[in-house]
Each structure stands twice: as C-alpha cells, then as structure tokens.
Design a protein around this ligand. Structure first.
Ligand code: UT7
Length: 323
C-alpha cells in the first residue's frame, strides 16, 4: 500500500506587506532585506484571521482538488508553532470542526519549520492502520509572535497555511521515504517563551520569538545538505534522478549555499520566498502547491521535500509524484 499526495491547497491573508512598508517603521531597507534573504514581501493576518482560519482555507482547497469529502477523512494533522489557543483545544480540532470532518481524529504537532515534514510522516504512518484519507496542514501566523520593533527578526517572517490530502492506493510511487531528526541541544538558538517554563506574568502574546540568526543559518545549511544526501543514499538513487527539491523557505542564501554544497544548479530548487517570506510550517506545502499549480510537476518526478528549524529539528521526504 502506497500513500499519495492527491490534493494541495493554500491559505494566505489578503494583506501584503512589502519591504518598503516595513522600512517606514523600522531601521531597514528593501535592499538590505532582499540582498540578505531574498524576501520582497510577506502576507500578514488581520484581526479576524488565525492559524485555524488560514488552515481551513487551505484544507478546503486541497480537499476539493483531491475530490475527497471532509466526512471521508480519517485524520487531520496540523503542524503549527502558533496554535489559536495557548494550550488547548488543538488547532486541528478547530479545522476538523470548520471543514466538517465528522469522522476524523485531529491533533496538532510541534516541530517548528520542520512541522509539515513531521506531520506528513505521522499521517502516512497512521494510514498503515487506517486506510481512509488524511489531511496534513502546515499553518503559522508568525506575525503574532514576532517583535515588530526587532529588525533582526521581523523582516524574515510571514503568515500562511498549506494543506495536502493523502490517499492510500496500490499505485506505485507516492511518499517513498522520510527522515526525521532532532537535536534539542540547539533549543536556545531559536525559541519562543510563554509556555509553562515561563512564570505567568502576562498574556501569552507578550512573548516574542528569539533567534541567533548566524547559528541557525549555519545549522540550516548543513542540515539541508544532510537530508538530501541521506534520502538519495537510502533510496539508492543519484541527485541527477531528483527533479525538484522543495525546501523550507527561510532564506534564499541557505538554499544557494546548500546548492553549492550539493553541486547542483539552483534551478532544481523551488523558491518562492520572495513574495511569502518564512511562514514556518507552511512554507513546504505552499511551495509544493505552487510548483504543482504552475504545471512544473510531471508524473513520476522524484521530489525531495526538506525542512529545518527550531528544536533544532530537520527532516525530509522523498516523493515519487503521481499527480
Ligand atoms: O526557519 C528558520 C528561521 N530562521 C532562519 O532561517 C534564520 C537564519 N539566519 C539568517 O537568515 C541570517 O542570519 C539573517 C538574515 C537573520 C541575518 O543575516 P546575516 O548576514 O547573518 O546578518 P547579521 O546578523 O550578521 O547582521 C549584519 C548587520 C548587523 O549590523 P552590524 O552589527 O554589522 O552593524 C545587523 O544589525 O545587519 C544588521 N541588520 C539589519 N540591517 C538592516 C540585521 N537585520 C537588519 C535589517 N535591516 N532588517
């Protein structure tokens, strides 16, 4: 039994904020942001939007494209670092309610920017016991945990959600192999306080993400290269057989550095960070959705999805695309 991605969707806030707009409120420039990250703009939620609302939009699109009814779903998994509620209910339960997945279980999964990769593998594994379709979502509203006065971090992030419908079938291909890795020794490199470790002195929203940019950058480049090399080694294929690498979109310079280390052209990587910035768990599914929407995926293409981020976590999935 193989598990295929049969529908993809995205959810983005309507409001788009350019680098020029940011430069009106903080000491930065479009030139600095673009040259250091590849980012030109990001989408930011309005007061009525949240991870659950973006995830629900993405989910409805993915289900319609897969031709799967919500009531057919066996599981809804949402990877997020910015759940609608501090502890519970899970964002997945809100999505399950709002799409009408009345027969599905639902849970959230925390693996930061690697979240979608973890969720994809969690759902794929669960489907070995329950053959019903599963919905896997990466959704984050980074703007709500970002300090908009800190130019070192606020220029990097955006809000969004990407969703994938998984279906079991005897057709060859689909999700062939996944690697999930973690190293909690790097926990402080990128963290967000406000959990039970922090004495409750104010609202959860008072905490902002904190990052050692250089440390995360260096980790990301090595982790990214490792994922790609391990996946192809385990599948016994060469890099020349991989049509697309769809990486977490954190910084185009991370992708360029990994391309140099892997000794392959940048044209084999799908990059859409320019308009969307780093949406954490949403980058990989939104990039895959755009790649598919633009008609760049052909049946039998070998695609590597790769994520890396806080935890530290990293991981990847090798997919033989069946369309
Ligand atoms: O999903 C994972 C999430 N995080 C990441 O992937 C982040 C990984 N790290 C990075 O992408 C890069 O380290 C950054 C983009 C965050 C920073 O780039 P960098 O080339 O490492 O710059 P830097 O931190 O070394 O800063 C260089 C200078 C500093 O000024 P001084 O101290 O040299 O005078 C910063 O204050 O650039 C300054 N700077 C800025 N200037 C204008 C930092 N942010 C900005 C800004 N606008 N937005």
């Amino acid at each position: 039994m193989n598990v295929h991605i049969t529908g993809l969707g995205y959810g983005l806030p309507a409001r788009r904020v350019t680098n020029e707009e940011l430069a009106k409120t903080i000491d930065t420039t479009d030139e600095w942001i673009f040259s250091h990250t590849g980012i030109r703009a990001r989408h930011i939620v309005g007061p009525e939007e949240s991870s659950a609302t973006l995830a629900t939009s993405a989910a409805k699109m993915a289900l319609a494209r897969a031709g799967v009814k919500p009531e057919e779903l066996g599981m809804v998994v949402v990877a997020t670092s910015t759940p609608d509620y501090g502890a519970f209910p899970s964002t997945a339960c809100l999505v399950q309610r709002d799409i009408g997945a009345v027969h599905a279980g639902a849970f959230d999964l925390f693996a930061a920017c690697t979240g979608f990769i973890y969720a994809l593998e969690a759902a794929r594994s669960l489907m070995q016991n329950d053959l019903r379709p599963a919905l896997v979502i990466g959704a984050d509203v980074m703007s709500r945990i970002t300090d908009w006065k800190d130019r070192n971090t606020c220029v990097l992030f955006g809000d969004g959600a990407g969703a994938a419908v998984l279906q079991a079938s005897d057709r060859p291909g689909g999700i062939r192999h996944s690697i999930l890795r973690a190293d909690g020794k790097g926990a402080q490199a990128l963290h967000h306080e406000g959990g039970c470790r922090t004495p409750q002195t104010g609202p959860w929203q008072g905490a902002y993400l904190q990052m050692n940019g250089r440390q995360v950058f260096n980790f990301a480049v090595k982790a990214f290269e490792e994922i790609v090399r391990d996946l192809i080694a385990r599948q016994g294929i060469t890099l020349s057989e991989v049509r697309w690498i769809v990486p977490h979109q954190a910084n185009v310079r991370i992708i360029e550095a990994a391309a140099r280390r892997l000794d392959i052209g940048l044209d084999r990587f799908f990059v859409n960070i320019g308009d969307l910035a780093n949406t954490s768990a949403a980058t990989v599914p939104m990039a895959l959705e755009q790649l598919h929407r633009e008609g760049k995926l052909q049946a039998d293409d070998t695609v590597i999805l790769a994520g890396f981020g806080a935890g530290l976590t990293w991981g990847g999935s090798l997919v033989q695309w069946q369309g």
